[in-house]
Design a protein around this ligand. Structure first.
Ligand SMILES: [Cu+2]
Length: 196
């Protein structure tokens, strides 16, 4: 037996010694092929993001402005006084005319008022928070928004199906977060009971 061991043998004996210049070796053909496929796929998805924005009809038209939370609360109260038609579990129900500005206030732990809208009509939903950050999620449709104090979000909506759509807060906003709900009632087009 010879005592002369080559450097390779030494490395095999000691697994803690890194193999020499392993990262400098050229990529094998398989590895190169997969990297190319992954890169091209990334580019397709990246381009698709912009194409879908244009033709996908999935973007909710939304504008945002700065607003003082107290001003927003006052405007919401005035809006409710003008259009209230009913009350639901202590929350005012409003039936604003089609095409109008519709206020929706998020605060711990309630959305107010309950909105009674008409199918096929377009409304400008004015949403803001008077205290902390909330989330606004309409069920079961896929509409999700962040609601922050100090910011007014104007969301254009055209309800296309009659029914009752509960809203839930989807941003943890405090101890009562799990009970924070609201409601949009969409009446069939031309149905009685809507404000003129
Ligand atoms: Cu919440």
């Amino acid at each position: 037996m010879s005592d002369a061991r080559s450097p390779e043998d030494e490395r095999e004996l000691n697994t803690l010694t890194p193999p020499e210049k392993v990262w400098w070796k050229r990529l094998g053909p398989d590895e190169r092929r997969w990297l190319t496929i992954a890169f091209v796929w990334c580019l397709i998805l990246f381009t698709g993001m912009y194409v879908w924005m244009g033709i996908g009809d999935q973007q909710t038209p939304i504008e945002s402005y700065r607003i003082d939370p107290d001003d927003f609360a006052a405007e919401t109260t005035a809006f409710i006084e003008e259009h209230q038609v009913d009350e639901m579990e202590g929350v005012p129900v409003v039936a604003p005319p089609p095409g109008s500005n519709v206020y929706l206030q998020a605060s711990q732990f309630q959305f107010r008022p309950v909105l009674q809208l008409e199918e096929g009509e377009t409304y400008r939903l004015l949403v803001s928070s008077t205290d902390v950050q909330h989330g606004l999620s309409f069920q079961p449709v896929n509409l999700n928004f962040q609601v922050l104090p100090g910011y007014l979000y104007v969301i254009e909506i055209t309800p296309d199906r009659p029914g009752e759509y509960p809203m839930i807060c989807n941003e943890f906003c405090g101890l009562g977060h799990h009970v924070m709900t609201g409601m949009v009632i969409v009446a069939e087009a031309g149905a009685e009971g809507n404000a003129p």
